[in-house]
Design a protein around this ligand. Structure first.
Ligand SMILES: Cc1cc2nc3c(=O)[nH]c(=O)nc-3n(C[C@H](O)[C@H](O)[C@H](O)COP(=O)(O)O)c2cc1C
Length: 167
């Protein structure tokens, strides 16, 4: 009998999953006194009552390991003009991902990016290890969105694009 894990094609799995478009977020937090953040596409709303959101960082993520001890994080939803930040916050080993990105602390102390089209500031509610990722669930403490007519950044088949309304 063949072992399904031995024959599993993970490159094909990534390719198939890439056909599901996602929004793009930068999850931020404080690593002691230092702001930290990483690009995350697996963000999702989880529950309305109580208000919970979630995302899935890799177990091997240095940034999640740095933020997790604080027990807090902020989800920053990226707008169409934030493609450069998306790539910079996804690059491993970059010392100062924030560079010239303007931000201010939310009520949890986690960075809120000034150009985000929406942000959700959270306390960690639970962390569950699932395969090679954690499922992190956060309880929403504060949130807001841009007042104008913002356009989101969209990730699809490994590339960034935009959003248009389908008439
Ligand atoms: C559009 C996009 C979405 C991503 N989504 C996730 C995600 O949901 N979970 C994850 O662990 N990594 C995701 N990544 C990769 C992480 O950003 C990257 O592995 C991480 O920042 C590496 O640095 P770290 O070890 O400091 O965390 C995504 C990258 C991009 C470009």
């Amino acid at each position: 009998m063949s072992d399904p894990e031995a024959t599993f094609d993970s490159a094909h799995f990534r390719q198939v999953m890439g056909h599901f478009p996602t929004g793009v977020t930068i999850i931020t937090g404080m690593a002691g006194d230092v702001p930290a953040g990483f690009t995350i596409g697996s963000f999702t709303s989880v529950s309305l009552e109580p208000p919970l959101v979630g995302f899935l960082p890799q177990v091997s993520s240095d940034t999640w390991a740095a933020i997790a001890p604080s027990g807090r994080f902020c989800v920053n939803v990226l707008g169409a003009g934030q493609g450069a930040a998306c790539w910079r916050f996804a690059k491993k080993g970059v010392d100062d991902r924030f560079g010239d990105v303007a931000w201010h602390p939310g009520i949890t102390g986690s960075p809120i990016l000034d150009d985000a089209i929406a942000w959700i500031d959270c306390d960690v509610d639970l962390i569950h290890e699932v395969g090679d990722h954690y499922f992190v669930v956060g309880r929403v403490l504060a949130m807001s969105h841009a007042d104008d007519d913002p356009r989101p950044l969209v990730f699809y088949r490994g590339k960034l694009g935009g959003y248009s309304i389908h008439e």
